[in-house]
Design a protein around this ligand. Sequence first.
Ligand SMILES: [Zn+2]
Length: 449
Amino acid sequence: MQPSAAPYHDWNERIEAECYRPVTRCSVIREAGSKRIVNALSWMSFNFGPTLMVWLETEAPGTYEAILAADRESAARLDGHGNALAMPYHHPILPLSTDRDRRTEVRWGVADFRRRFGREPEGMWLPETAVDSATLDVLAEEGIRFTVLAPHQVDPVPSDGLPGLYVTPGGHEIALFVYDGALSHGVAFGDLLEDGVAWANLMIGDEDAPKLRSMATDGETFGHHHKFGEMGLASAVVEVQAHPRVRLENYASFLAREGVSHEVRLVEPSAWSCAHGVERWRADCGCRADSSSETSQAWRGPLRSALEWLADGLHEVFEREGAGHFDDPWAARDAYGAVVGTGHAPRGRRGALLEMERNALRLFTSCAWFFDDVGGLEPRQVLSYAARAIELAGADGLRLETGFLKRLEEAVSNRPEIGSAADVYRRDAEARRSAGAALGMERAGGEAL
Ligand SMILES: [Zn+2]
């Protein structure tokens, strides 16, 4: 239960109702009052985080099916190139991940994509478009052919909207599409969604339009950040479809037909939502959600170091104990990506060790650092993963928890009544224990009846 999402139970439920569901079935009113229903995802590149897909699959099956259908329909129309892009599994800032975690996150993301969409992914969306050369090396090695970046992340930006060709330090090639910054900003933060026809004309109306024009925003822009924004989106889609000289397609289809030749350098590390490289996810760089407030984000550094220290300790346990359960523990962790989230985990200690590693990976979900205070919902979420991983660590759990709490003391909230991340961790753990005890009593009562 997340009270800030009221009247909904939690934020997944609320945004499903405000955005994910409406986007897959938008009404477009045409002249003469005729109404057409459009699945906007059938007409644009999109990506959904695997962890959100796990939730949608059981909690919003109609929307889940419409997302899969959008990929199938677009693939049928565009010579096999579907609209869906893959994503690293837990939305980490990959330039800040260890080499091993970076590889696992990409492999799990690819495995999850393959299982859901029934095909190999061609593109991968990077969380916060956070990129460096090591990240692109892994993507290319794992078979990914392109990603999408902001204009300030490549040098030079190729002309005519064309993608850039990047050669990784490992000698692999990957295409980098660069979205139109002004247009994307106008949709996310301006008023372009209020009139889909005017928006479409801005994209396709000018005589010297580039060969490729693309834009990128948070999916939640459509209906969550902008109420009824999905209607503007759908009406722009219908307008562009009707234009005789414009082809409405996706990145994969464009790349397959046109190829890529303009070599570019990377501005690294960089991301679309921090002007200081990737500092937003480890330092008090000045980026924050509410720029009108004078809050400090000095908690970001200690939160990350504490989690990195804990993850190292968990990996030691996994390697030591895992040696008795798996031929190669790290290969077993990578392979777990094919079944994680399906309820088909191995039983016993093997399963517990893999679940411990899953929780160790999701400690680095990027939203924990994105917002302004360590007492917020997102840092509390990763602290609950930490608590779960510690539970699964067995005999080492107590030692790890003690060391972790000591480090969390350094991550201090802006609000004195919240205290430090260690206080947050202890309070939430206590609340979970009493909720568990209450549930236990209910169960016991049921059995007595
Ligand atoms: Zn920043």
